[in-house]
Design a protein. Structure first.
Length: 484
């Protein structure tokens, strides 16, 4: 949502002159670029436990982060107050990085650099990817709680084996104001709503746990009967099979990853290696591979900040660069990395709108938004049918990844043994082990059924940010399956 500029100036108690003065202080000791990031985030949640909505929370995060760049060095300071003296002190602290240095043109702020002077005017409301139709802050808690009770009723209606339900509805609005030494002014309000549920079921002998969530950059209009029904259905999906699941024999074998939530492996094990801070530092396996073929012609991988209402979407990133749809791999060829302003300047390209931060307390770094593989040419049934013996996985959890190199171990939350082209025994308590970039080259078939999952995914690379992920059905040849 993009309100009038006055709304944001009033929220942070600043005006144009204040912003200009803070930039001047931040650059006063030789800095060559500076920016300001104001944030006012209001968080709330309600929790249903033991059949009652009996608890909730409320939190406000308010302040400004000030960054000064001086060559390869970064000075950063923040203030939890926007009183003039507090902000000036933070700006002076950030400026110290340039102490004694004569300002030169080898920085992000160079007139002839690779980052142009973008968008000095106000944001374009027509490009708003998350208009708020029903403001969370204007909704009554007792009305919001009805969604949690509807969800509980729907779950119990679907399965009598449920012994415990815990559901959480959380929401936030984040007012953002940005200004930098290019005189670029940006402002917007970012909404986020999340509905999540955890269920425990018992058949008298075995206990099964399940979890499902939905998260969108939307106002309270996201709460609907269809949302409740789809979330309940996902939480109880294939529940009979989960009670029957066993642990298969392990070894190296083909793995078919189901469409949608399996995209978390793409995000964690492969996507981080495309983030340009790792490229700039020489820590990614994809260093020096731009323009080279790295996988099958059938593979195109995108990081997209433009999906309307998507959890990972942005109107512009946390450096004020407009979000875009960035194609990282096109028909098997590595075409782009994910850049913030610093990495873009260092590598001589335009930023891709991937400069993100957890809050005003952190400097931005290159981060993913909605990362997914596009549909290929194969049918999912045919992909499974081509496997003589392997594993089908439709949901991963608890992954561990060595960022940069891409070595990973992921726990299989839900899956099946594949025997002679058919899904047979449900499986549990197994790990999938491999190397992400190597696995990318081992993909032998890509389905025509790509799904971007709307779960409450959060990426924790030094800082936590909301993201989305997705994938079509894919066949990866020769991953290690940890079983019996």
């Amino acid at each position: 949502m993009i309100y009038d500029k006055k709304y944001y100036f009033d929220t942070f108690k600043v005006g144009n002159e204040d912003l200009e003065n803070l930039i001047a202080i931040a650059m006063g000791k030789g800095g060559s670029y500076a920016d300001l990031f104001f944030e006012n985030s209001v968080y709330s949640d309600l929790m249903l436990r033991d059949g009652k909505v009996a608890s909730g929370g409320f939190h406000i995060d308010y302040g400004v982060g000030i960054r000064t760049l001086c060559g390869e060095k970064t000075g950063y300071a923040y203030s939890e107050s926007t009183q003039p003296a507090a902000m000036r002190a933070a700006a002076a602290s950030a400026s110290a990085i340039g102490e004694g240095r004569i300002r030169t043109s080898d920085s992000i702020a160079a007139e002839n650099g690779y980052v142009p002077r973008l968008y000095k005017g106000k944001p374009n409301p027509a490009a708003d990817r998350y208009p708020i139709l029903n403001d969370w802050q204007k909704e009554q808690p007792q009305e919001l709680a009805k969604t949690l009770y509807k969800l509980e009723d729907k779950l119990r209606e679907k399965d009598s084996r449920i012994v415990k339900i815990m559901a959480v509805l959380s929401w936030q609005n984040s007012d953002i104001l940005m200004y930098n030494s290019f005189a670029e002014l940006k402002y917007e309000t970012r909404p986020m709503g999340t509905l999540a549920v955890s269920v425990i079921l018992s058949d008298g002998k075995n206990i099964v746990n399940s979890h499902a969530s939905r998260s969108f950059r939307m106002g309270a209009e996201m709460l609907s009967d269809s949302l409740v029904d789809s979330l309940a259905s996902e939480a109880l999906k294939n529940m009979d099979d989960k009670f029957l699941a066993g642990r298969p024999k392990g070894g190296k074998m083909p793995v078919v990853m189901g469409a949608g939530a399996s995209g978390i492996l793409l995000h964690e094990a492969m996507g981080h290696a495309f983030e340009a801070d790792f490229i700039r530092k020489g820590q990614s396996v994809f260093n020096d591979m731009l323009g080279r073929k790295i996988c099958s012609d059938d593979i195109t991988i995108v990081d997209d900040g433009t999906i309307r209402g998507g959890r990972g979407s942005l109107n512009f990133d946390d450096e004020g660069v407009p979000a875009q749809r960035t194609v990282m791999v096109e028909n098997g060829v590595l075409t782009s990395f994910l850049h913030d302003r610093i990495s873009a300047r260092a590598l001589g390209v335009q930023p891709t709108g991937n400069g993100r931060r957890e809050s005003f307390r952190y400097a931005p770094i290159p981060r993913m938004r909605a990362t997914y593989m596009e549909s290929g040419s194969s049918n999912a049934t045919d992909i499974i049918g081509s496997v003589k013996k392997g594993i089908y996985v439709d949901e991963f959890s608890n992954g561990q990844v060595k960022i940069g190199e891409g070595d990973f171990t992921f726990y299989v939350k839900s899956g099946y043994l594949i025997e002679n082209g058919r899904l047979t025994m449900p499986v549990k308590d197994i790990n999938i082990i491999g190397n992400g970039p190597r696995a990318l080259g081992q993909i032998k078939a890509v389905g025509n059924d790509a799904i971007v999952d709307d779960g409450a995914w959060t990426c924790g690379k030094e800082q936590s940010v909301p993201v989305s992920c997705g994938i079509p059905t894919v066949l990866v040849d020769g991953l290690t399956v940890g079983g019996e």
